[in-house]
Design a protein around this ligand. Structure first.
Ligand SMILES: Nc1ncnc2c1ncn2[C@@H]1O[C@H](COP(=O)(O)OP(=O)(O)OP(=O)(O)O)[C@@H](O)[C@H]1O
Ligand SMILES: [Mg+2]
Length: 321
């Protein structure tokens, strides 16, 4: 297995000493192999980014703290690996594409230089070969006039262009694991399709892709397996995205998908479900979704739900049909 997250829990300490920590990630287990795309979905605030960032130990600590779990990458635990060694993995074996371009682009350096630097750190190539590779990837992610654009500083580019540069940075070394958090959200549809195709080519070759997105159309097109998170926990997982879309089992998954027209899911975002994701410092007792669940029974408020094996996956609901 390329990536195995086992029982991962992450909390954020709060600023004030008497406020409880936020349990952003609570006992999450996920796995992903080469040639697969794991679509990780759920509403805003349910812990997707905290999970993804923990894989490469990119959460600032404090306030973040991993309180349990292992993150096995090709069998090695990234959470306990010496940080110097982990740095050699980042970029080279693990490519990360963030939600916000400004977290991974330096405002002080030209984008071409930043791309070349990623290559220089991990590959033994001549300056000319580094340059050519950087320009090639700028073109691949749909940046027009790459030679001129390579000389730009990030602030001279639009948000969509910055996003493309960041995608190029995450992919240029063709990593074994690609972690992409809302990678195409800021892009128009044509460029989005181009970038998704690029990612598809890479993962089919020899990589695994962890794809976090609100866009169910993208998940539908790309994912080979699915995990749905709610309030810090996985509430449903399926090894087959196809089976999941045919028959989502958890009421939360169904609520997410019911918001979509039956076939044309492309470009559709998760519609708001009535109510809100609870704050991670204060989850309701019983099933964490019970107060928003259209199928809740009285006992759901009292009984915490456990993740139970089903055919091809897991579900955290004792009422499943
Ligand atoms: N730096 C932080 N300090 C304190 N709490 C945080 C921090 N980052 C995240 N959280 C909390 O952790 C929980 C999970 O956040 P996370 O960013 O992982 O959600 P998400 O599923 O990625 O949401 P989105 O779809 O909006 O990106 C939320 O309750 C959030 O408020
Ligand atoms: Mg996020």
């Amino acid at each position: 297995m390329l990536l195995e997250i086992q029982d991962l829990s992450v909390e954020f300490l709060s600023d004030s000493p008497d406020a409880p920590p936020a349990h952003a990630v609570d006992g999450v287990s996920l796995s992903l192999d080469r040639g697969q795309v794991l679509g990780l979905v759920g509403e805003s605030g349910c812990g997707k980014s905290a999970t993804a960032m923990s894989i490469a130990r990119l959460l600032p600590s404090p306030p973040a703290r991993v309180t349990s779990g292992r993150v096995l990458f090709d069998g090695r635990d990234l959470l306990t690996m010496p940080i110097e060694e982990l740095r050699t993995f980042r970029g080279d074996k693990i490519g990360v594409i963030f939600q916000d371009p400004m977290t991974s682009l330096s405002p002080l350096h030209r984008i071409g230089d930043q791309l070349e630097e990623v290559v220089r750190l991990h590959r033994d190539l001549s300056p000319k070969a580094r340059r050519d590779l950087a320009l090639e990837w700028l073109a691949r992610v749909g940046i027009p006039e790459p030679v001129q654009r390579a000389r730009a500083y990030p602030h001279e580019l639009s948000g969509g262009m910055q996003q493309r540069v960041m995608i190029a940075m995450g992919l240029i070394l063709e990593p074994d694991l690609i972690i992409a958090d809302e990678p195409t959200t800021a892009l128009d549809v044509t460029i989005q399709a181009q970038v998704l195709n690029l990612m598809r080519k890479l993962y089919r070759k020899n990589s695994g892709l962890l794809l976090i997105t609100h866009d169910m159309g993208v998940v539908y097109q790309m994912a080979t397996r699915i995990a749905v998170m709610y309030a810090g926990q996985v509430v449903e997982a399926n090894e087959s995205a196809e089976a999941f879309f045919k028959a989502p089992r958890h009421p939360y998954s169904r609520a997410l998908l019911d918001a979509l027209p039956s076939t044309a899911t492309r470009g559709k975002r998760l519609k708001a479900i009535p109510g809100q994701v609870p704050f991670a410092g204060n989850f309701p007792s019983g099933c964490r979704f019970h107060d928003r669940c259209p199928e809740a029974k009285p006992e759901c408020a009292a009984n915490a739900q456990v993740l139970t094996a089903t055919s091809g996956g897991h579900v955290r609901c004792s009422n499943i049909r």
